[in-house]
Design a protein around this ligand. Structure first.
Ligand code: NAD
Length: 492
């Protein structure tokens, strides 16, 4: 069985693979991923540290040119990249193109690095004294990424990290690792020097080696909440700067004045797109007042027309989930809902397939705090409906939830929408937009258990995270200025 190579110092390095990569649409094992030992990781990080010494000296125009060329190459190879993603992740080809498009935005944003890295200068802060500041790269960045966006999340991190002069060591998800190797090849083709972007495969053991390793200066992590918390705690205990984005449970509030057809479209698109395996997927529709029955009827009308099938079939609305174990976990959540007295309005768990990790769309009516199908992130094509009496009840439900990644409100009332955006304790909010992923000139990040660390990812906060400030105070004294004065300056 073919093993997915590492990519270190511009070379593919093949080791025998230990972990299977599947085609989720067929269930077949298509390749294996290696789990390197500590010596291998040490050697890779030595290469990264060496490359960091010269890359930090690269000119801003050299970095800009490389990023522009990368953008061109990503567009040129879009179809190839999308099909690699679909073959290992299972999402539809159009969804794979969509994630690439969002990743590209980050490369485009990073191309403006000369503007983003501009420092400041203040003349004459005291007589004959000036102050200026600039930002330097942090050093070597570990980028640890989840399975659900195998090219977008690596681009969220690496575009800005490389633009600010850092070296990247990417540890991609072991479930769909191949597209990260193609990204590394394209970066090399774009002119990035060898050793500046490296891919080290592996699992939790590998991540733990990176978290503790003195050769890593900063960690960007995206994945599930328990791992995000662990990465943050261990990384910061080893004196690294860490941003660790976690899981989600995103609520979509529908007020009685909303256009229920538009709201039902949004709930279905955002609940079932990519089989619900998006961190910004809607997982709970909060129906306010007496609209719940009508809204549910409109949602089920739409659900019943969805086609679940292989991601490379243009007729499929969504594809399989990532693994057999994950499919089983989703099935378990739906049966737990029945036991908890939640009404299973549509049950897609019986979807008959000879092979592949498919689950059909499921709708649970009456989810509420205290039941597993509400409390946990299911990360599958399972949409819950929570019924509440008032707008205030909806806000209370959202604010009591331990996650705070994204939320949305559907209404025609601009004032209530404005209040909502101020009332909820959530990082990203949509007003009549169910998946409010910020454009690349804003940063992306949730609150509460959806983000550990204070820094959001990509955009302006990404530039700040991957660089540190130096402030220089300058005086050019003349011989007549000579004096002994041990005091703290009192004059200005
Ligand atoms: P995951 O946490 O299982 O894995 C993420 C990374 O961590 C992988 O590279 C994996 O190898 C590594 N890892 C797994 N277990 C580990 C452990 N015990 N110790 C150290 N490292 C470990 O996440 P996933 O299943 O690949 O991705 C889905 C999750 O990611 C969902 O919870 C989803 O909400 C979240 N996600 C969040 C965002 C966001 O922006 N907040 C974006 C995408 C995905």
């Amino acid at each position: 069985m073919q093993s997915v190579p590492h990519f270190i110092n511009g070379e593919h390095i093949t080791q025998s693979g230990q972990l299977p990569v599947h085609n989720p649409a067929t269930g077949e094992v298509t390749s294996m991923v290696p789990v390197p030992d500590a010596t291998f990781v040490d050697d890779a990080l030595r290469v990264a540290q060496e490359a960091a010494r010269s890359w930090r000296e690269s000119s801003l125009s050299e970095r800009t040119n490389i990023l522009f060329t990368l953008r061109h190459l990503l567009v040129k190879h879009a179809s190839e990249l999308a099909s690699i993603i679909t073959s290992e992740h299972g999402k539809t080809l159009s969804d794979a193109h969509g994630e690439l498009a969002r990743g590209l935005e980050n490369v485009e944003y990073a191309c403006g690095l000369t503007e983003h890295l501009k420092g400041g200068f203040t003349d004459q802060v005291a007589q004959g004294v000036d102050v200026h500041s600039f930002r330097e790269p942090v050093g070597v960045v570990a980028a640890i990424t989840p399975f659900n966006f195998p090219i977008m999340v690596p681009l969220w991190m690496s575009a800005n990290a490389l633009a600010t002069g850092n070296v990247v060591v990417l540890k991609p998800s072991e479930r769909d690792p191949s597209v990260s190797i193609r990204l590394a090849e394209l970066l090399l083709e774009a002119g990035l020097p060898k050793g500046v972007f490296n891919v080290v495969h592996g699992n939790a053991t590998t991540v733990n080696q990176l978290l503790e390793h003195p050769g890593i200066d900063a960690i960007s992590f995206v994945g599930s909440t328990p791992v995000a918390r662990h990465v943050y705690e261990v990384g910061t205990a080893h004196a690294k700067r860490v941003q660790a984005l976690g899981g989600a449970k995103n609520h979509m509030v529908v007020l009685p004045d909303a256009d229920l057809d538009i709201a039902a479209d949004a709930a279905v698109n955002a609940g079932f797109g990519a089989a619900g395996e998006r961190c910004m997927a809607i997982s709970v529709v909060v129906a306010v007042g007496s609209i719940a029955d009508e809204l549910i009827a409109k949602i089920t009308d739409r659900m019943d027309k969805l086609k679940v099938g292989p991601g490379d079939d243009p007729a499929s609305d969504f594809g399989p989930v990532i693994t057999q174990e994950h499919r089983d976990r989703i099935v378990e959540y739906v049966s737990s809902a029945t036991k908890d007295g939640v009404d299973v309005v549509r049950d897609g768990t019986a979807l008959a397939k000879d092979a592949g990790f498919f689950v059909g769309p499921c709708l649970l009516d009456g989810v509420r705090p205290g039941v597993k199908s509400y409390d946990d992130e299911i990360f599958g094509p399972v949409l819950g409906v929570a019924r509440v009496r008032t707008y205030a009840d909806a806000v209370e439900l959202i604010n009591a939830n331990r996650y705070g990644n994204g939320t949305a409100i559907f209404t025609r009332d601009g004032n209530v929408a404005r209040l909502f955006s101020r009332d909820v304790h959530v990082g990203m909010i949509g007003i009549n937009v169910p998946i409010p992923v910020p454009v690349s000139s804003y940063s992306f990040g949730g609150w509460k258990n959806s983000l550990f660390g204070h820094s959001h990812i990509y955009g302006p906060e990404g530039f700040t995270f991957y660089s540190r400030a130096k402030v220089i105070t300058t005086r050019w004294p003349q011989p007549s200025d000579s004096q002994i004065d041990l005091g703290f300056p009192t004059t200005r």
